[in-house]
Design a protein around this ligand. Sequence first.
Ligand code: TYM
Length: 330
Amino acid sequence: MREIVVSGIRSTGNLHLGNYYGALRNFVKMQYENDCYFFIADLHSLTTHPDPKMLPVNVKNILAEYLAAGLDPEVCSLFIQSDLPEVSELYLLLNMHAYIGELERTASFKDKVRKQPENVNAGLLTYPTLMAADIIIHKATKVPVGKDQEQHLEMTRRFARRFNTLYGVEYFPEPTSYNFGEESVKIPGLDGSGKMGKSEGNCIYLIDDEKTLRKKVMRAVTDEGPQTPNAPQSQPIENLFTIMKIVSSPDTYNYFEEKYNNCEIRYGDMKKQLAEDILQVTTPIRERIAEIKSDEAYLRRVVAQGAEKARENAAKTIAEVKQIMGIHYF
Ligand code: TYM
């Protein structure tokens, strides 16, 4: 069945391995068989007050990275979030039915309150309603995202359901996450702790050159090695195996797992192999990024065309939503 697919990535910096495996790789796979709308979430990035000089640089970089990873602008709609003002309008309307309590309980909001207590703005609080607007403005049914976005998607479903119930309509579908039958992906960081993320400073970027990438992987946190056969893995080691499972072949993964279980593992060898396998994925993308980025006229054309396609849907949805809500007077 042809699905309507929507997804985005914030424009807070270059794309990393988590973005690639959690989202971008699936965008590429989905584009041919579905109606896809992929965008750069520049409005969401405003919640952390980016430097106005850096925002255009980041948006262009991410656009080039999307294209280098294989998104085909002739097939999917590739655009910048702020080029669709209808999204901001739907965001405002959805906020009327989003409650402070549920917004305050969102894990990403609580996390930001902890991390940037000096900047707890209303945009952060209503981040999930903007994300819901991005998705339901196209009446999407599938949203390719990593595990960390599942709560936001659950809230999107709740907002869609609430709208339908309140106005007695069957208007918005309830979108679900999509990962090609696999479990949602969470790429951990190399610092032995949580997920790979820009604000965590523990990323392998798609644009990292060979030397930088090898250095980062070789420096990944490990432990003193297993002391007994089949010992449970410490968090840093489990993280390395998690990345290896996603990036390397099953044979490679099984080889190192067996070495670990026999207490014969040499983490240096494992990391060398891991760096090699990551480079297999990132090198061709990195090589294309520079080339694509140099053609500014092409980038401009891509997003203009993408926004035009996306706005057809968006304008129709906004007109219908306003009709449903009674915002039509003369
Ligand atoms: P963002 O920019 O934090 O991440 C973009 C995508 O990358 C995935 N991702 C990961 N997946 C696995 N492991 C990781 N370590 C990892 N880090 C990031 C995320 O799950 C996401 O799919 N709110 C969104 C952007 C957004 C959006 C939307 C997404 C705005 N509107 C509408 C989908 C639909 C965000 O901040 O993602």
